[in-house]
Each structure stands twice: as C-alpha cells, then as structure tokens.
Design a protein around this ligand. Structure first.
Ligand code: SF4
Ligand code: SF4
Length: 157
C-alpha cells in the first residue's frame, strides 16, 4: 500500500478546533493536510474573469499513487508554479483551493469531514471517500500543453 509521509505523533487533541490556524506549529500545520492532492492538479485561469478551472492533470512531481508530492522539500525549486501553503499565503490561496481542503474548511470556521485522516485515523479514508482524484489523474508528462483544456473537470473540487 502507499506510503503516508505525515507524522501524526504528538499532536494536540482536536488542535484544529481549539487553536487559530495561524498559531499552529509546523507538525500540526502539516498534519492538517488531508492528502487529497487536489491542490497539485494543473489549473487553468480564465484571462478575463480570473476564474480558475481544475484539470485532472497532475503536477509532474505528484505521486499518482499516494497523491503526495514526490519531492516535498525541494518542490519550489523543481516546480516554478508550486505555491507553498503556509500562514502567510493561506488567505490569498483560499479562493482557489478545493472546497474540501482542510485549510480552507478551518479558515472558514468549519470542521473537518469524517474522511479526514485526523478524524478517521486512516490516511486511506480520503481516497476511499472519493475525495482525492486517485485513479482518475493523468500525468503532466503525458499531456501536451495544447490539450490541457480537454482535461478540465466539471465537478466542483
Ligand atoms: S487541497 Fe488542501 S488538504 Fe488537499 S492536498 Fe492540498 S493542501 Fe492538502
Ligand atoms: S511541486 Fe508543488 S504542485 Fe507539484 S506535486 Fe509538489 S507540492 Fe504539488
């Protein structure tokens, strides 16, 4: 089975309900990610409206099996458009982040869903619930940039 890179030891109980997002220590910040990988899908922005459309094309570094970044420590050096989500960037990113994203949910005052690994205790639950696009993505290398529009997904992410 796939490897889960998140260390969930030493987390304060229900920290996402009890402490502000911008006060979370790094281990809790990282643990908040549900591992869906949807923020790592190629997105197309409408030049006129600024609307963002998700495709099912995965960033070249995304591991299609784990839905995790293939080189998280060096991601920004390796992929120019990679956005580091942290307490400084979260507010500007909320608009285009997936609606299911745990950072977005918490920032908007909502609770995590039952399939979140912090609730279920199982990192596979996000995939079983069909929240991630595991099994439905194509690799960036396999799609010509001219064809990206054909891979826009209609569903709300
Ligand atoms: S969309 Fe949010 S929860 Fe999903 S992988 Fe990205 S940061 Fe993590
Ligand atoms: S480089 Fe950035 S966008 Fe690409 S898989 Fe890694 S974290 Fe996601």
């Amino acid at each position: 089975m796939t490897r889960d890179p998140i260390d969930r030891t030493g987390l304060r109980p229900e920290f996402w309900r009890r402490y502000p997002l911008d006060s979370l220590p790094r281990n809790e910040w990282e643990a908040l990610c549900d591992g869906c990988g949807k923020c790592c899908l190629i997105k197309l922005e409408d030049e006129d409206s600024g609307a963002v459309a998700y495709t099912r094309i995965a960033c070249r570094l995304l591991d299609l099996g784990t839905c995790r970044c293939g080189n998280y420590p060096l991601r920004r050096q390796l992929v120019a458009g990679c956005v580091t989500l942290d307490r400084d960037t979260i507010e500007g990113a909320l608009e285009w982040m997936p609606r299911t994203c745990a950072y977005r949910l918490v920032a908007e005052g909502r609770d995590l869903e039952p399939w979140h690994p912090l609730i279920s205790g199982d990192p596979e639950s996000v995939h079983r619930a069909g929240v991630s696009l595991r099994g439905r993505m194509v690799a960036e290398y396999d799609v010509d940039e001219d064809d990206w529009e054909e891979f826009v997904i209609e569903e709300q992410v």
